[in-house]
Design a protein around this ligand. Structure first.
Ligand code: ADP
Ligand code: MG
Length: 155
Protein backbone atom coordinates (compact mmCIF):
# COMPACT_ATOMS: atom_id res chain seq x y z
CA UNK A 1 0.00 0.00 0.00
CA UNK A 2 1.25 3.51 -0.74
CA UNK A 3 2.51 4.96 2.55
CA UNK A 4 0.92 8.26 1.51
CA UNK A 5 -2.52 6.69 1.31
CA UNK A 6 -2.89 6.43 5.08
CA UNK A 7 -2.96 10.25 5.31
CA UNK A 8 -6.09 10.68 3.23
CA UNK A 9 -9.80 10.04 3.46
CA UNK A 10 -12.48 10.84 0.89
CA UNK A 11 -13.42 14.48 0.55
CA UNK A 12 -16.36 16.36 -0.90
CA UNK A 13 -15.73 19.79 -2.38
CA UNK A 14 -18.31 22.35 -3.44
CA UNK A 15 -16.11 24.88 -5.25
CA UNK A 16 -12.94 25.12 -7.31
CA UNK A 17 -11.44 27.23 -4.53
CA UNK A 18 -12.07 24.47 -2.00
CA UNK A 19 -10.46 21.95 -4.37
CA UNK A 20 -7.38 24.17 -4.58
CA UNK A 21 -7.23 24.16 -0.79
CA UNK A 22 -7.53 20.38 -0.67
CA UNK A 23 -4.60 20.29 -3.11
CA UNK A 24 -2.61 22.40 -0.67
CA UNK A 25 -3.51 19.99 2.14
CA UNK A 26 -2.41 17.02 0.04
CA UNK A 27 0.88 18.82 -0.66
CA UNK A 28 1.56 19.17 3.05
CA UNK A 29 1.70 15.36 3.35
CA UNK A 30 4.13 14.86 0.49
CA UNK A 31 7.70 14.76 1.73
CA UNK A 32 9.38 12.43 -0.78
CA UNK A 33 9.47 12.36 -4.56
CA UNK A 34 6.93 9.91 -5.98
CA UNK A 35 4.37 9.53 -8.77
CA UNK A 36 0.73 10.42 -8.12
CA UNK A 37 -2.08 9.65 -10.58
CA UNK A 38 -5.16 11.82 -11.01
CA UNK A 39 -8.20 10.21 -12.65
CA UNK A 40 -11.52 11.73 -13.57
CA UNK A 41 -13.47 12.95 -16.59
CA UNK A 42 -12.67 16.11 -18.50
CA UNK A 43 -13.61 19.05 -16.27
CA UNK A 44 -13.66 16.96 -13.10
CA UNK A 45 -10.99 19.14 -11.48
CA UNK A 46 -7.71 17.24 -11.89
CA UNK A 47 -5.80 20.32 -12.99
CA UNK A 48 -7.43 22.44 -10.29
CA UNK A 49 -6.36 20.00 -7.58
CA UNK A 50 -2.84 19.80 -9.01
CA UNK A 51 -2.65 23.62 -9.09
CA UNK A 52 -3.22 23.59 -5.34
CA UNK A 53 -0.40 21.08 -4.87
CA UNK A 54 2.03 22.97 -7.10
CA UNK A 55 1.13 26.27 -5.49
CA UNK A 56 1.91 24.90 -2.04
CA UNK A 57 5.22 23.30 -3.00
CA UNK A 58 6.47 25.73 -5.62
CA UNK A 59 6.82 29.47 -5.91
CA UNK A 60 4.84 29.70 -9.15
CA UNK A 61 1.78 31.95 -9.02
CA UNK A 62 -1.41 29.92 -9.20
CA UNK A 63 -2.63 31.83 -12.27
CA UNK A 64 0.49 30.83 -14.17
CA UNK A 65 -0.06 27.11 -13.64
CA UNK A 66 -1.72 25.72 -16.76
CA UNK A 67 -2.61 22.24 -17.94
CA UNK A 68 0.29 20.82 -20.03
CA UNK A 69 -2.19 19.35 -22.52
CA UNK A 70 -0.21 20.31 -25.62
CA UNK A 71 3.31 20.15 -24.22
CA UNK A 72 2.71 16.86 -22.31
CA UNK A 73 4.74 17.98 -19.30
CA UNK A 74 5.60 21.17 -17.43
CA UNK A 75 8.47 21.18 -14.91
CA UNK A 76 8.45 23.39 -11.83
CA UNK A 77 11.97 23.61 -10.51
CA UNK A 78 11.63 26.25 -7.81
CA UNK A 79 10.52 25.13 -4.38
CA UNK A 80 8.96 26.96 -1.47
CA UNK A 81 11.43 25.46 0.97
CA UNK A 82 15.13 24.83 0.79
CA UNK A 83 14.60 21.08 0.74
CA UNK A 84 11.34 21.28 -1.22
CA UNK A 85 10.52 19.04 -4.16
CA UNK A 86 10.74 20.04 -7.80
CA UNK A 87 7.62 18.95 -9.69
CA UNK A 88 6.72 17.54 -13.11
CA UNK A 89 3.10 18.00 -14.13
CA UNK A 90 2.21 15.49 -16.87
CA UNK A 91 -0.88 15.31 -19.04
CA UNK A 92 -0.83 11.96 -20.84
CA UNK A 93 -4.06 12.58 -22.76
CA UNK A 94 -2.33 12.89 -26.14
CA UNK A 95 0.17 10.10 -25.60
CA UNK A 96 -0.59 6.49 -26.33
CA UNK A 97 2.41 4.36 -25.44
CA UNK A 98 5.29 4.04 -23.07
CA UNK A 99 7.72 4.17 -26.01
CA UNK A 100 6.34 7.58 -26.97
CA UNK A 101 6.78 8.71 -23.37
CA UNK A 102 10.31 7.34 -23.41
CA UNK A 103 11.16 9.02 -26.73
CA UNK A 104 10.23 12.39 -25.24
CA UNK A 105 12.85 11.80 -22.54
CA UNK A 106 10.30 11.66 -19.74
CA UNK A 107 11.53 8.42 -18.17
CA UNK A 108 14.35 10.38 -16.56
CA UNK A 109 11.86 12.14 -14.31
CA UNK A 110 10.42 8.94 -12.85
CA UNK A 111 12.25 7.62 -9.79
CA UNK A 112 14.17 10.88 -9.61
CA UNK A 113 14.17 13.92 -7.33
CA UNK A 114 10.90 15.06 -8.97
CA UNK A 115 7.39 14.74 -7.62
CA UNK A 116 5.57 13.50 -10.76
CA UNK A 117 1.87 14.36 -11.06
CA UNK A 118 -0.04 12.55 -13.84
CA UNK A 119 -3.34 13.50 -15.42
CA UNK A 120 -4.90 10.76 -17.61
CA UNK A 121 -2.73 7.92 -16.21
CA UNK A 122 -4.95 5.36 -18.01
CA UNK A 123 -3.31 6.39 -21.29
CA UNK A 124 -0.05 4.66 -20.27
CA UNK A 125 -0.90 2.37 -17.36
CA UNK A 126 2.43 0.54 -17.59
CA UNK A 127 4.19 3.56 -16.09
CA UNK A 128 2.74 2.90 -12.65
CA UNK A 129 3.18 0.27 -9.97
CA UNK A 130 0.38 -1.11 -7.83
CA UNK A 131 1.57 1.09 -4.95
CA UNK A 132 1.21 4.35 -6.86
CA UNK A 133 -1.20 6.74 -5.13
CA UNK A 134 -4.34 7.25 -7.21
CA UNK A 135 -6.56 10.27 -6.60
CA UNK A 136 -9.94 10.07 -8.31
CA UNK A 137 -12.20 13.06 -8.79
CA UNK A 138 -15.84 12.40 -9.62
CA UNK A 139 -18.33 14.97 -10.85
CA UNK A 140 -21.29 14.89 -8.46
CA UNK A 141 -22.91 18.24 -9.29
CA UNK A 142 -22.24 21.48 -11.16
CA UNK A 143 -19.74 22.67 -8.56
CA UNK A 144 -19.59 19.56 -6.41
CA UNK A 145 -16.92 16.87 -6.63
CA UNK A 146 -16.02 13.75 -4.66
CA UNK A 147 -12.29 13.15 -4.20
CA UNK A 148 -11.22 9.62 -3.27
CA UNK A 149 -7.84 8.08 -2.56
CA UNK A 150 -6.66 4.59 -3.46
CA UNK A 151 -3.73 2.90 -5.14
CA UNK A 152 -3.18 2.04 -8.76
CA UNK A 153 -3.25 -1.65 -7.90
CA UNK A 154 -6.66 -1.36 -6.27
CA UNK A 155 -8.33 -0.32 -9.54
P1 ADP B 1 -9.70 18.53 -15.47
O1 ADP B 1 -8.24 18.80 -15.34
O2 ADP B 1 -10.16 17.33 -14.66
O3 ADP B 1 -10.16 18.44 -16.90
P2 ADP B 1 -10.06 21.27 -14.57
O4 ADP B 1 -9.49 21.38 -13.21
O5 ADP B 1 -9.26 21.77 -15.72
O6 ADP B 1 -10.49 19.74 -14.82
O7 ADP B 1 -11.46 22.00 -14.64
C1 ADP B 1 -12.42 21.90 -13.66
C2 ADP B 1 -13.49 22.93 -13.96
O8 ADP B 1 -14.60 22.76 -13.10
C3 ADP B 1 -12.96 24.35 -13.74
O9 ADP B 1 -13.55 25.21 -14.71
C4 ADP B 1 -13.47 24.67 -12.34
O10 ADP B 1 -13.65 26.05 -12.13
C5 ADP B 1 -14.80 23.94 -12.33
N1 ADP B 1 -15.24 23.53 -10.98
C6 ADP B 1 -16.46 23.79 -10.44
N2 ADP B 1 -16.57 23.26 -9.23
C7 ADP B 1 -15.40 22.65 -8.96
C8 ADP B 1 -14.92 21.92 -7.84
N3 ADP B 1 -15.66 21.70 -6.75
N4 ADP B 1 -13.66 21.43 -7.92
C9 ADP B 1 -12.89 21.62 -9.04
N5 ADP B 1 -13.30 22.30 -10.12
C10 ADP B 1 -14.54 22.82 -10.10
MG1 MG C 1 -6.67 18.78 -16.76
Amino acid sequence: MSSLLQHFTSRRTTSAKQTLRIGEEIASKITNPCAICFSGDLGAGKTTLIKGIIHALNKTNINEIQSPTFVYMTPYEETTQKDGLPICHFDLYRLSSESEFEALGFHDYLDSKYLCLFEWPDKIPSLFTKDTLLITIAYTGETEREITFSTWGAQ
